[in-house]
Design a protein around this ligand. Structure first.
Ligand SMILES: O=C(O)c1[nH]c(=O)[nH]c(=O)c1I
Length: 310
């Protein structure tokens, strides 16, 4: 069974890696991911300056997933560019750098610096952070997304990707795909970010579970799997010459299989990694491999994007 993936000039021994934000804020966490069975590594979304993020409690594990309103805590982009400079690309694990400036200008400044370094890492531009109070998700504003992408391709000449929020209407899949299609250097779209602004209630204490935004936070984990799969399949259909990175609700080999069957080239793991630790990559890869064997598939290409309709 061959779980390898070659895409965007990269090669990965496993299609699985971390979702930005999980176990990737500090260099030691990133090194731990690089030493794990993950096929790649992505950094925490970064801003121009370091940020402490939102007041705690800002994360809670739930029966079927998680809710978070971290508020973009990160070490500032220079920290991650330094990491990207020192990273050992020779070990065959691609490095992605997630960028989520507090403004379009911040994002452009960060990408301009990244372009100047001309490193092998790829940017994933986060259009979908739901947790900075007062900061709307760019991905839900199609004109703002187009304007940002227009500016990005002028200052960042190489391949990049975007992290999208979940959409819930075919008209929105159409509109966002129309925007993204216009940028030939947009090599991948990551679907999905957490489902924004959910509210989880503690009945006994009659309190929201997290403090920021009076309890509103991004939902992750098994709760979001069906929405994630729909976004993966709909964008893979609309952007057949780009890659879709699946993200959302992967806790097992079967769920990784679902994302790839829906068209994902590779798959990110968030909540499950946060709760289980990096051993999740080895377990899920083994489960995926066993499932493929039971179905007679020897490679991921044998079933990628082949979901049918009854
Ligand atoms: O609260 C966060 O830091 C956060 N949390 C998320 O669930 N998605 C995001 O893109 C971000 I930047």
């Amino acid at each position: 069974i061959d779980l390898s993936v070659s895409w965007l000039g990269l090669s990965m021994a496993s299609p699985l890696f971390n979702a930005s934000g999980v176990m990737c804020r500090h260099a030691d966490e990133l090194d731990r991911l690089a030493a794990s069975c993950a096929g790649a590594v992505i950094t925490k979304s970064c801003t121009l300056e370091p940020r402490a993020g939102n007041p705690e409690p800002r994360y809670a594990a739930l029966p079927f997933g998680s809710i978070n309103s971290m508020g973009l805590p990160n070490e500032g982009f220079r920290y991650y560019l330094d990491y990207a400079r020192r990273y050992d690309y020779g070990r065959g694990k691609p490095l992605f750098v997630s960028v989520s400036g507090m403004s379009a200008d911040e994002t452009l400044t960060i990408l301009g610096e990244l372009a100047r370094l001309d490193l092998p890492c790829l940017p994933e531009v986060n259009l979908s952070c739901p947790n900075v109070p007062g900061k709307p998700q760019t991905g839900y504003d199609f004109a703002a997304s187009a304007a940002l992408l227009d500016a990005i391709v002028r200052i960042y000449p190489k391949t990049f990707g975007v992290k999208l929020p979940p959409y819930f209407d075919p008209v929105h899949f159409d509109m966002m795909a129309d925007v993204l299609r216009a940028y030939p250097t947009l090599g991948f779209v990551t679907c999905i970010n957490s489902i924004g602004n959910a509210l989880v209630v503690d009945v006994e204490r009659e309190l929201a579970l997290i403090r920021p935004k009076d309890g509103l936070g991004g939902l992750g984990g098994s709760y979001v799997l069906p929405t994630a799969l729909a976004n993966v399949r709909e964008f893979a259909r609309r952007l057949p010459d780009r890659h879709v990175v699946g993200c959302g609700g992967v806790t097992s080999g079967a769920e990784a299989f679902m994302h790839i069957l829906c068209g994902a080239t590779v798959v990110q793991i968030g909540t499950c990694l946060y709760e289980e630790g990096p051993g999740a990559f080895e377990r899920i890869a083994a489960e995926l491999s066993a499932l493929m064997r039971s179905k007679g598939y020897r490679t991921l290409d044998a079933f990628r994007g082949r979901l049918g309709t009854p």
